[in-house]
Each structure stands twice: as C-alpha cells, then as structure tokens.
Ligand binder design. Structure first.
Ligand code: HSE
Length: 310
C-alpha cells in the first residue's frame, strides 16, 4: 500500500458519569486524512484545511507527533506525507486532536503493514493528545480508534473495554461557536471528591455499562448523571442548564458536556425522539446571540476507517 485516505470520527468523551474513562464515536462528523509513502524519510504534513491555527510542524502537531513516534518504534526505508481536512473545529469538545491523533495512528499503521494492535494505536494516539492539550487522556482517542462505546478500565497498564451499542441510540449535539480549551477546562476541576459523590459516580458508571449491555434504555437514562465534573465546568458553557433541561423535556435519555465542552450532547432512543430533541435544542439557543451548530448522528461502531487505498 502506497496511499490511504481515511475517515477519523469525532468523539464524545466522559458521557456524563465516566470522566476520563468513557467515550463513544460519532458516525457522521469527523476528519479526512491522507497518507502517502515518500522516498524521502521522515514525516511531512503538507496541508491542513477546514480549521485555522493548526501547525504543520510534525513535532508539534497531534498527528505528526503520533506518526514520528510510530516510525521511531518501527523504522522503515520510506517517509510519510500527510494531509488533513478537519470536519469540525478544534476546541469544540468533540475530540478534534483525538481524531487527528487516532487517524494518524491508523493511517500510518496501514502504510507500515499493520504491525500494531488497536491498543498500541491508542497508546501512540495518546502522545498526540498530550502534545495538543498537555495530558495523555485516552477517552477520545480510544473511542476514535476502537469505535462504539469504550471504557478505559485502567490507564496503567492501559486496558480498553469495547462496549456494545444499543441499535436505537442517537446523539444530538449542539456546538456553540465559542472555544473552550481542554487545558483550561481541566484547571477548574476539583482536586478532591467527597466519598458520597464518588459513590454516586462509580455506581452510575456501572449502571451505564450494564444498560449498554442489556439494551436497557431506562437504565442508561438513570445513569447519565455527573455530580463531579459537570457542576465544576458548566459555567464555561453559556445556557448549559437550559439546553440540558429542554433536551430532557423533549425526551432525551440524558444530556451533558461533551468532553471538556463547549459542545453539549444529548443521547436519545430512536430517530423520532432525536428529531424532537434536535428541534428543542435549536429553539433553546435560537435567540441567544451566539452562533451554533446542531447535528444528529448515529453512534459509529467501527472507529477510524479506510475510505480508499492503493
Ligand atoms: N476527559 C477529557 C476531559 C476529555 O473531560 O477533560 C477532553 O479531552
């Protein structure tokens, strides 16, 4: 294989109760990236479209850092040239750097003859996350690489559990056009958690995992509660409480902050409810003098995928 074009999905991390430990991939929002073998060794990023302000320097770009690390661990007698078309903005809370990092891990792996497992690709992609936001968080990158819902059961050693996705689950998300940097959103987090809140949170993670396994939408709904991170971060997102309550009033199973925000996600059962929630969220923001974008999507169960190769 000399060339590959791939799709790298946007991802929703945390999913309310699972801060840094749960996430899922989005079906119809993501980046396209190309990877071409070159006779000159090394990594070159030749073009980034669809977003401003991202560096072409492979030692600083999330995708470049991943590609360089992979070539260092698996030396070859060719180089790799990359292009990226961003389908959504950095700083949206939809895992922009994770899509670049996870996409690079997948694309480079294919050109190398696929020596690395998905778990190893996630570890490489975490280096890209670290370059982009200062912390090697796994929830977005694992969701992008594995697809579907994932649970990061352990960071050391890294252990990723792929969870089933009930057929009727739909995502409705609103991206207010403001930027929240993950680094800043991590600075407002509490450094200590009460035992009472910890019990609530881990019980809900258990409930969510069980609900996904048993297609129990009511249990999923009951478990989409975050008593630790959402209260500390929601002031960063204008009209968060209104959007959340309107989404739930319109029938959503639950709603919360997507990753570190500002995107707000709602999870729904079925297309009809998703349509109502989409409308309700749109209405809630329509007179707020902040540009926004609302979309509805299925859950992507494949993760990063090949569009074409030769
Ligand atoms: N789990 C991370 C956070 C996701 O909420 O900070 C953002 O990358």
């Amino acid at each position: 294989m000399n060339f590959i074009k791939i799709f790298a999905p946007a991802t929703v991390a945390n999913v309310s109760c699972g801060f840094d430990s749960m996430g899922f991939a989005v079906e119809n929002v993501g980046d396209e990236m190309t990877f071409t073998k070159t006779s000159e060794k090394g990594v070159k990023i030749t073009e980034i479209t669809g977003a401003n302000g991202l560096t072409l320097d492979p030692t600083k770009n999330a995708a470049g850092v991943v590609a360089l690390a992979m070539l260092e661990q698996h030396p070859v007698d060719f180089g790799i040239e990359m292009t990226m078309h961003k389908g959504f903005s950095p700083g949206s809370g939809l895992g922009s750097s994770a899509a670049s990092a996870g996409g690079a891990a997948y694309g480079v792996n294919q050109l190398l003859g696929a020596p690395f497992s998905d778990l190893e690709l996630t570890k490489f992609a975490m280096l890209g996350e670290e370059a982009a936001c200062g912390t090697p968080i796994a929830d977005n990158v694992a969701s992008a690489v594995f697809g579907g819902f994932v649970l990061i059961r352990s960071y050391e050693p890294l252990d990723i559990i792929k969870l089933p996705v009930p057929d009727e689950l739909r995502l409705v998300a609103i991206h207010p056009q403001i930027e929240v940097k993950t680094k800043d959103a991590r600075e407002v987090l509490p450094t200590e958690v009460s035992l009472k809140n910890a019990v609530t949170q881990w019980a809900n993670v258990g409930g969510l995992v069980s609900g996904l396994h048993s297609n129990d939408y009511q249990l999923i709904s009951n478990s989409l509660t975050d008593v630790i991170v959402e209260p500390a971060r929601k002031h960063l997102i204008p009209h968060f409480d209104l959007v959340k309550s309107e989404a739930i009033k319109a029938g959503a199973l639950g709603a919360g902050i997507s990753g570190s925000g500002p995107t707000i996600f709602a999870i729904c059962q079925g297309d009809d409810i998703a349509k109502k929630v989409h409308k309700a969220i749109e209405n809630a923001y329509s007179d707020k003098k902040i540009d926004f974008n609302v979309f509805t999507s299925k859950i992507n169960t494949d993760g990063v995928k090949t569009i074409t190769s030769n």
